[in-house]
Design a protein around this ligand. Sequence first.
Ligand code: CP3
Length: 340
Amino acid sequence: MSAFLDACRARPTAYTPIWIMRQAGRYLPEYRKLRSQVDFVKLTRTPELAAEATLQPLRRFELDAGILFSDIMTPLQGMGIALEFDPGPIVRDPIRSDAQIDALPALLPERDVPFVLEAVRLVRANAPRGVPLIGFAGAPFTLFCYLVCGRPSKEFAAARAFLYAHAESSERLLTHLADAMAAYLRAQAEAGAQALMLFESWAGLLALKEFRRFALPAVQRTVAGLRDLGIPIIYYANQGSALMQAVAELDVDVVGVDWRSPLGATRKILGASKAIQGNLDPAALFAAPQELRVQVDAVLADAGSAPGHIFNLGHGIWPDTDPDAVARLIDYVHECTTRE
Ligand code: CP3
């Protein structure tokens, strides 16, 4: 029995489940301690350490789901793409030619990222309270942004220009990434992940037309390759409020939304069969305790009383957030949504 897994299927739950994007990370003193001893890449490639970072927030808080400690770029690194984290991902040779696209190998998870699969098994064996584990990957278009641009950016100009200048090459790269991420997520599920999430962190860069042409078919290809697993699939569309009519067509169970997209209006567009995840502004964790409750009440009211709401932030938690504010948030969501 898991409130999180039931809510993913838009089934009624005893209370509204909550987990927090980027919950395993730098706002936690115990993570910073671990990180002061080992660099980020080593953390992601050492199963015991990745499992430890995944479990840290689950021990400290009454979270309803865990998310594997890893990065969206980790499988690409496993495929042989040279990259570093500083702190965001920097790709040594950005992909800008057909020759580079054709040279990309397929991802064979057991060969290329065995440490991720081992971390999944370790988390499953040690998760407190039987908390379910979410496996994840970057959605193809978001990975495309990093691969073509080569580094984090506000505009990802090189990546967006590539879509227009080389539309067919773009589609080939997106298809390759879609297949690689399907293989990657399938392997995580087979190792024990109980839900799968695709992060489309850069959805908001695209107009509806380009989203439909490039991002949507690629992520649908990934999702189609996973449906037979029978576990919930979550698609997080950051800054995607203008895209929801297209997102509604995607065969996923849950749509994650950022804090700018009103939950009630988004649910109307998505329909009752999809659950929704979100969307407290990460900045709201800096409010005084009483004001934080007011902000949480507003998110819950907007989500409405129909089943299928997973409480979360609208994007990743900020590194300077007070862990005690997180504890207050989780307790309050549980307390005020408990249904007799
Ligand atoms: O707790 C969790 O959510 C699990 C771990 C996780 C990380 N990255 C660890 C990480 C997850 C789910 C991600 C996903 C990720 N990575 C996304 C999608 C989610 C989102 O925020 O939109 C994106 C776009 C990336 C790419 C990335 N990796 C960036 C931009 C950065 C640097 C800035 C930042 O947000 O931290 C990273 C590095 C990274 N990934 C760190 C962590 C804990 C910081 C590394 C460090 O400890 O120095």
